[in-house]
Design a protein around this ligand. Structure first.
Ligand SMILES: Cc1cc2nc3c(=O)[nH]c(=O)nc-3n(C[C@H](O)[C@H](O)[C@H](O)COP(=O)(O)O)c2cc1C
Length: 184
């Protein structure tokens, strides 16, 4: 009935959120990378766990500054998102090369990406698992959403550069009786 799948492909089934861009800032300027390995850890204060490895040029900037912005690209950006995740900021000015517009953030040095649907300004609050898993805990400081962007479909990485776009919305809010305090 079921076809077995290799355990190391678990992320293809579980990868929780949309693919995001991570901007960082160093003396060399702003940089951006693509990230699929992230997850919400806590509502309040809002904590996000993410994996950013030493193979990424962004890693050093994140360690050094303890700040980043998570930017949410929509489906028309899929090609650029993939290309950003296949080259290094040590060799390419990715904002320039991929036509991204950097906008100042309110609380952190790394820029927002104007083309994205939303931008989350974050600070690293725990890196105790960084040497073991390249795992950083970020606390979200401010969130900026572009309410006028016509395209709103985020993309989810299914592996090998294939993305699944957000689809139908199903509203089950009437059954969220136990979690009223979290609802608007
Ligand atoms: C779809 C996709 C998802 C990725 N997810 C991650 C991730 O979760 N963590 C990570 O460290 N690198 C991830 N990468 C790889 C980085 O984006 C890639 O190493 C990038 O070139 C780093 O840029 P930088 O060297 O300028 O920091 C991903 C790449 C792609 C294309």
């Amino acid at each position: 009935m079921f076809k077995e799948m290799a355990p190391e492909k678990a992320y293809r089934l579980l990868e929780s959120g949309p693919v995001v861009l991570v901007t960082t800032q160093s003396e060399q300027g702003p940089n951006v990378m693509t990230m699929g390995f992230h997850m919400m850890l806590q509502h309040e204060p809002p904590l996000v766990g993410c994996v950013i490895g030493p193979w990424d040029y962004s890693h050093a900037a994140l360690i050094e500054s303890a700040e980043c912005v998570l930017s949410l690209p929509t489906i028309e950006m899929a090609e650029v998102v993939t290309k950003i995740g296949n080259c290094s900021g040590s060799e390419v000015d990715k904002f320039d090369a991929f036509g991204l517009t950097a906008r100042p953030a309110a609380t952190v040095a790394p820029p927002l990406v104007a083309e994205c649907l939303a931008n989350l300004e974050c600070r690293v609050v725990d890196r105790s698992l960084a040497s073991r898993y390249n795992f950083f805990v970020l606390e979200v400081q401010r969130i900026w959403v572009n309410e006028n962007k016509p395209e709103r479909r985020l993309i989810h990485h299914a592996g090998d550069g294939v993305f699944i776009a957000d689809g139908e919305t199903v509203d089950m809010s009437r059954y969220m009786t136990r979690w009223q305090y979290l609802m608007d």
